[in-house]
Design a protein around this ligand. Structure first.
Ligand SMILES: Cc1cc2nc3c(=O)[nH]c(=O)nc-3n(C[C@H](O)[C@H](O)[C@H](O)COP(=O)(O)O)c2cc1C
Length: 346
């Protein structure tokens, strides 16, 4: 399989037979990493794409091509290699859904073993499955036997501080045909706050031979390098720090991107949103993204309030034009910071 970059570069690693060119990867984030945002991140250097997580039951029962589950699974060729991420608590339902989803052309099927949302985890899906490594083993044995494409997993360190069973989970995954593990270095109980344990990523990396992606609290270019050095991971997965700042995948920090460039990117993002969701819904869904492109600019407060009320491309255009010509704009100086807790979004 040939992907952009393949002709001159050597792959950083492989997911099964799928070569990955690059070491920075956009994390799946429900409500943010739809196809428009993934295209932008991929163009700026994210080495592969993951869809937002999709509930297996929603896929099974959704015949409407415009349903939320089906929109989440829509992708452009420019995003490849692309992993469809699914979650559920029933092994056979997961396997059957994965088998059917292969026909839609993803390169990889990823199983979410990290979601901490209570109604999902307590039902035994997402991070809920971490409590049962034997079930994870059975699931991956079936997936790897029945799928033609590689299967991967995104995990956390365990259910809570007392049950940090990440090594057992990583072993069950590798022994049963999983081809890539992405590790969010927190437990389910920590959700999105509290210290991340990058040393646990290093431990996993030392124990398995399949590629490992490190994830959790990477906010700056300096953080990327610290995580790589500290863990030896094959790739660094970046979530919240990429929202409104896809340039992180080009190894640029926020203060290195001029306001005009932020506005240009926001306009491009809006165009892609309108292509996917249409002229009525696209601008409304884009509100949460629009504010993130400019939120670190001092003097942007009044514009932010206007951006969250925009309902059309023309309305955004008017606000963006004013922002571009606003003399007070200057970036806050963001300190590299891998040790401080992050604030969850959404
Ligand atoms: C709004 C939001 C939605 C998320 N949705 C998903 C998801 O659909 N699938 C998944 O595996 N992780 C999801 N995550 C977790 C992220 O992929 C990532 O593991 C987490 O944010 C830590 O990385 P970060 O510190 O770089 O943001 C989500 C996180 C956030 C903040």
């Amino acid at each position: 399989m040939i992907f952009p970059g393949a002709i001159i570069d050597t792959p950083n690693f492989f997911v099964g037979s799928v070569p990955i060119f690059g070491e920075l990867i956009l994390a799946p984030m429900d409500g943010f990493t739809d196809s428009p945002f993934r295209i932008l991140c991929r163009q700026l250097g994210s080495a592969m794409s993951y869809t937002e997580f999709v509930n297996v039951d929603e896929v099974a029962f959704s015949r409407n091509p415009e349903s939320s589950a089906n929109l989440k699974l829509r992708f452009s060729e420019r995003e490849r290699p692309i992993a469809f991420q699914i979650y559920g608590h029933l092994e056979d339902r997961l396997v059957e859904t994965a088998r059917r989803l292969q026909d839609r052309g993803p390169d990889i099927i990823d199983i979410n073993l990290g979601c901490s949302i209570r109604k999902i985890a307590e039902r035994g899906a997402g991070a809920g499955m971490l409590k049962d490594p034997a079930k994870i083993g059975r699931l991956f044995a079936k997936l790897s036997a029945q799928l033609k494409i590689p299967v991967s997993a995104k995990i956390r360190l365990g259910w809570d501080e007392r049950r940090r069973n990440y090594l057992e989970v990583a072993r069950a995954l590798e022994e049963n045909g999983c081809r890539l593990i992405a590790v969010h270095a927190r437990t389910k109980d920590q959700a999105f706050a509290g210290p991340v344990d990058w040393d646990a990523i290093a431990e996993i990396k030392q124990r398995v031979r399949i590629p490992v992606l490190g994830n959790g609290n990477v906010r700056t270019v300096a953080d990327i390098d610290v995580m790589k050095r500290q863990t030896g991971c094959d790739g660094v997965m970046i979530g919240r720090a990429a929202i409104g700042h896809p340039w992180i995948f080009s190894r640029k920090d926020k203060e290195q991107v001029p306001v005009e460039e932020c506005v240009r990117m926001a306009r491009r993002h809006l165009e892609l949103m309108i292509e996917l969701y249409g002229p009525r819904l696209g601008p409304v869904i884009f509100r949460k993204d629009a504010v993130r492109y400019v939120h670190h600019w001092i003097g942007v407060g009044e514009y932010r309030n206007r951006l969250v009320r925009c309902s059309s491309a023309d309305e955004y255009d008017a606000v963006f034009s004013e922002i571009s010509s606003e003399p007070r704009m200057r970036p806050e100086n963001l300190r590299p910071n891998s040790s401080v807790d992050s604030t969850p979004i959404g």
